[in-house]
Design a binder for this molecule. Structure first.
Ligand code: UDP
Length: 186
């Protein structure tokens, strides 16, 4: 409901939908972490991870990055959910780990967004992967999953000021490294 998403936004999720366990588990993990920190003085950190990708993702984990790359490399139809107008922001894993590392060394216990604010539609993402792989794949439309978020982009103002961190790896560079990894496996 708030876009781009800041850390002080409490979220809006369907607790009883098909994603309910996943969504609420993340929320509960934050709640229990803060409870341990407040009640028992445990030295904790909370990272809000946005979409992340890179080499060594599982080929069949069902997420959009391995799906689109594997389908493109095989010249099979690329399975676009809905019209592809939903947006995501993809962070290369090295950038994410650097953000984690810096947060570990900061004395800060509330949630911190670590993600890449470069937002694009899933349709643009499909076209980019088809182009980067030199694929002859066409787009195949599938229904949008229930409760699939329409937009997603982190506001990383806090990470920038607190950790002097921001992503360094461009989407093209990260995808090229990821595609090179998948080429040997497809
Ligand atoms: N998606 C898609 N085709 C696929 C897999 C995913 O169009 O084969 C879409 C999905 O509906 C969502 C986006 O890509 O809008 C990102 O999906 P993913 O499961 O990778 O991550 P999410 O951000 O939903 O947790």
């Amino acid at each position: 409901m708030v876009h781009p998403q800041r850390e002080d936004y409490w979220g809006n999720v369907n607790p009883v939908g098909p994603r309910g366990c996943y969504d609420e588990a993340k929320r509960f993990a934050e709640a229990i972490t803060m409870a341990y920190h407040r009640t028992h003085g445990v030295d904790t950190r909370i990272v809000r991870i946005f979409n992340t990708y890179g080499p060594r993702m599982r080929l069949r984990d069902g997420r959009v990055v391995p799906n689109f790359i594997a389908q493109s490399l095989r010249h099979e139809p690329v399975t676009l959910h809905g019209d592809g107008s939903q947006t995501r922001s993809f962070c290369y894993m090295d950038d994410l780990i650097e953000g984690f590392w810096r947060l570990m060394h900061a004395n800060y216990h509330l949630p911190v967004n670590i993600g890449n604010p470069n937002e694009l539609t899933i349709l643009q993402f499909a076209e980019k992967i088809i182009a980067l792989t030199g694929s002859s794949s066409r787009l195949e439309h599938h229904p949008r999953p229930v409760d699939d978020p329409k937009v997603r982009r982190p506001d990383i103002t806090l990470a920038r000021s607190l950790l002097n961190w921001e992503p360094r790896v461009s989407l093209e560079e990260g995808l090229e490294r990821t595609i090179a990894f998948f080429k040997n496996r497809v």
